[in-house]
Write a protein that binds this ligand. Structure first.
Ligand SMILES: Cc1cc2nc3c(=O)[nH]c(=O)nc-3n(C[C@H](O)[C@H](O)[C@H](O)COP(=O)(O)O)c2cc1C
Length: 315
């Protein structure tokens, strides 16, 4: 397929594996890039030198383009961006912050910049800042989330009407059907997170992968809206947050409950009760751990089947 996103990244399929803390290191990113999509190293859980190591290993593991995701709310930003430049990273996805500050720095170095947004205001800001494309992420998505709670189905057409740069849809996509729906709404690619958490190459703890596979509808919740809204699997930690929120806990109190390293404890170390387990609503449709390339090709092939089915509908 060729469209603006495939051309921009020089990839075969308009399918992007999301940058995800504790889940998307070089193994997953290179597997997806080798399969013809765009793999992303999630730098949000990496110290600067760990990130450098992942980039170097990814370069060795694939000749194809890959990207790095930098959430703008983390410390060490200057050091992280310097490493990207030194290591010759060609594509950067920024998220969770204001795109104005770092976009021009990256563009001056010839780097392709994509920014993740969850509302129209930030889509316009990102376009104005000069990014090459945006990821529009609905509130079905796993991980940090928009305060407005706009679903992918409502977000994509609203943004598509207002901006001219290409849109990558995210949130609730793990099938060719959902991908086709996003294309119908105006997207030119999809970014997929939760489905790749349960890939063989994801660095998520095996216990977390199994819990995701066992998840049913309604097993995720959006919590910590006073702090940074995040969609996670229900467990003991999530229930403690729910009780505190019902009792009107302040942002400071939520921060204290969250403490440090909760996400690592859950997703990477496998503590299914005390850990923070970020995942999207689509988890209830994920039933097995598969190689990343298989996940990608299943979605792509079913996208083509569904496209033909829809175009052949008798009217
Ligand atoms: C475990 C997990 C960790 C995530 N970490 C990040 C992150 O570090 N940076 C980011 O921009 N988005 C992060 N996200 C959001 C994803 O990049 C992606 O946009 C989202 O998962 C798409 O929705 P889906 O989960 O329904 O596929 C994370 C999502 C998950 C499930």
């Amino acid at each position: 397929m060729t469209n603006r996103i495939c051309q921009l990244f020089n990839i075969t399929y308009p399918i992007i594996q999301a940058g995800m803390i504790w889940c998307s290191g070089w193994k997953l990113a290179s597997a997806v890039s080798n399969a013809g999509g765009l793999g992303i190293i999630g730098a949000g859980s990496m110290y600067p030198e760990v990130l450098r190591e992942h980039i170097q290993k990814c370069k060795q593991a694939t000749p194809n383009p890959f990207a790095v995701n930098i959430p703008l709310l983390y410390p060490d930003l200057e050091e992280l961006f310097t490493i990207l430049v030194e290591e010759g990273v060609k594509i950067v996805f920024t998220s969770a912050g204001n795109p104005a500050k770092w976009t021009s720095f990256l563009k001056e170095k010839g780097i392709i910049v994509v920014h993740v947004i969850a509302n129209l205001k930030f889509a316009l800001k990102a376009q104005e800042a000069g990014v090459d494309a945006i990821v529009a992420e609905g509130f079905e998505a796993g991980g940090h989330n928009g305060r407005e709670e706009t679903t992918t189905l409502c977000l994509i057409p609203e943004i598509a009407e207002a901006i001219t740069i290409p849109i990558i849809a995210a949130g609730g996509i793990a099938s060719g059907k959902a991908m086709l729906a996003c294309f119908a709404l105006g997207a030119e690619a999809v970014q997929i997170g939760s489905a790749f958490v349960v890939s063989e190459e994801s660095s998520a703890h095996p216990a977390f992968k199994q819990k995701v596979i066992g998840a049913k509808a309604g097993d995720t919740a959006l919590r910590m809206k006073k702090l940074v809204p995040v969609r996670l699997l229900t467990n003991k930690f999530e229930q403690e947050i729910a009780v505190a929120e019902a009792e009107g806990a302040s942002a400071v109190e939520l921060q204290q409950l969250l403490g440090r390293a909760r996400a690592k404890k859950g997703m990477f170390e496998g503590d299914m009760e005390e850990g923070e387990l970020e995942i999207g609503q689509i988890a209830s449709t994920l039933h097995e751990v598969q190689p990343a390339a298989e996940i990608l090709m299943n979605i792509w092939e079913s996208f083509l089947v569904e496209r033909d089915r829809i175009s052949n509908l008798a009217i």
